[in-house]
Design a protein around this ligand. Structure first.
Ligand SMILES: Cc1cc2nc3c(=O)[nH]c(=O)nc-3n(C[C@H](O)[C@H](O)[C@H](O)COP(=O)(O)OP(=O)(O)OC[C@H]3O[C@@H](n4cnc5c(N)ncnc54)[C@H](O)[C@@H]3O)c2cc1C
Length: 415
């Protein structure tokens, strides 16, 4: 069988369902949050949209069949993600935040841990999980072998408990829906200050109800205006020893796995945002004469620019599909294409949205068009989820330097 990019009937249904959900529900997010001043209030205002997303099955799609989920593969998730992100990036980011928060248990947890932590999200899909990874002092050097730097959130073992102390920020979903905290956190910490992260970095599951979790403030972001980025302190937070996922030292592999999944899906979100900007620019170019005699698409500069943008959108979509397919084929082991997708599509997205603004011209810089907001959202993609400079290119650099690097492995679906 040759390579076949045609979607199966279930995939077409999934895509059509996501497109309809985006048009009916997520289109209303932007006008809902626009007049709200405080970042946390913008996030809280998205709760009904998130609940509708859960109702439509997107939270169950994260979860295994053994507890009542539908365990959507990465490629299928990408098909839906492109449609959702073309309408709004905020509510899908909260979904991704919950997926990140549950990733370690989903992929590395024992059956007992899955049974303890996951059914709550079937029972009430509007519950939020969060990954508390980024330290207030930076995230890029979390795996630095010098134990005196990197992650400075520590878990101390006392009897049958872990006692966690540290400070995190950018913990998407971390406020919960009311400022009292997420339902569940996966906290990235070290179990021994004297040991390097390769031996001590750990993922510990912390229920939001645990005493000692304090939301101390919020960062207001340039785009993703209703994605919440709180600062959270953990003061002597006690959880059972059994909340450790895997072993100390496994944290690096777990983070790499979680951030490969998001990397591939962010490719789909970038395609969605590029599509939204392209639709605006194309409609403008085909209809507006700007006091001239013909619609501006008749001018070669405009037509060529639109052609260039469309080329990038198509190329980004199929790279994303391939990266997602590769993750699914290798159960997440082969990470190169996912990282390439995150870097390439995110930087393409910023350029494509800017080029759409250049097609529309000066009005793109006003509230006459939503392109400025799309640019604000696009600027996030290269910077977050492991910045392209501080994390993602370094990951690729490390792969290229490894003695057993095989340059054709990704293309040939090996690895
Ligand atoms: C909307 C949004 C949502 C987010 N959600 C979450 C979340 O849910 N959970 C979470 O934990 N975090 C989250 N983050 C944070 C995000 O994941 C960051 O990308 C990550 O913490 C690392 O940031 P950084 O790559 O800029 O690294 P930083 O450590 O902040 O480094 C900044 C810059 O310093 C330079 N640099 C630093 N170290 C090196 C080095 N060793 N080599 C070369 N250059 C270096 C690079 O130029 C880098 O860009 C979110 C951020 C945003 C904006």
């Amino acid at each position: 069988m040759a390579i076949d990019f045609q979607l199966t009937e279930p995939q077409k249904a999934l895509q059509a369902g996501a497109r309809a959900f985006a048009a009916e529900v997520l289109r209303k997010v932007a006008p809902t949050i626009a007049p709200i001043a405080r970042p946390e209030d913008r996030f809280y205002a998205t709760r009904p949209f998130y609940a509708a997303m859960a109702e439509a099955g997107y939270i169950k799609a994260l979860l295994p069949a053994s507890i009542g989920g539908t365990a959507l593969g990465t490629l299928d998730f990408a098909l839906a993600s492109e449609e959702l992100a073309a309408a709004d990036v905020n509510v899908p980011s909260a979904l991704l935040g919950t997926g990140l928060g549950l990733h370690a248990v989903l992929h590395h947890g024992t059956e007992a841990q899955k049974q303890r932590f996951l059914p709550d999200f079937i029972e009430d899909g509007s519950r939020l999980a969060a990954l508390a990874f980024t330290e207030v002092t930076g995230g890029a050097n979390y795996d630095h072998p010098d134990p005196s730097v990197g992650v400075q959130t520590f878990a101390r073992r006392e009897g049958d408990e872990w006692v966690i102390n540290g400070a995190k920020h950018y913990t998407t979903n971390g406020t919960g829906w009311d400022g009292k905290g997420a339902h569940l956190y996966s906290v990235i910490c070290r179990t021994d200050p004297a040991l390097p992260p390769q031996e001590s970095l750990a993922v510990i599951m912390v229920p939001g109800s645990a005493p000692g979790i304090e939301i101390v403030g919020l960062l207001d972001t340039v785009g993703h205006r209703a994605t919440v980025s709180p600062r959270i302190h953990f003061h002597n937070v006690r959880v059972p020893a059994a909340n450790l996922v895997g072993q100390p030292g496994d944290g690096i592999a777990m983070l790499e796995g979680a951030f490969s999944w998001t990397a591939a899906l962010i490719g789909a979100a970038c395609v969605g945002v590029m599509r939204a900007a392209f639709d605006i620019a194309l409609k403008f170019a085909r209809s507006d004469k700007r006091s001239g005699t013909v619609p501006v698409i008749e001018h070669q500069n405009v037509g060529f620019m639109l052609a260039d943008i469309k080329m990038r959108i198509e190329a980004a979509r199929y790279l994303t599909w391939k990266a997602c397919h590769q993750l699914d084929l290798t159960q997440g082991r082969s990470r190169e294409l996912a990282i390439i997708t995150k870097v390439h599509c995110s930087e393409l997205c910023v350029q494509a949205v800017y080029d759409c603004m250049r097609v529309v011209g000066v009005d793109a810089y006003t509230d006459l068009y939503p392109l400025g907001g799309l640019m604000q959202d696009a600027l996030c993609f290269p910077l977050y989820d492991g910045g392209n400079m501080g994390v993602r290119r370094r990951q690729l650099h490390a792969l290229l330097r490894s003695p057993d690097y095989d340059a054709m492995a990704s293309a040939e679906a090996r690895g």
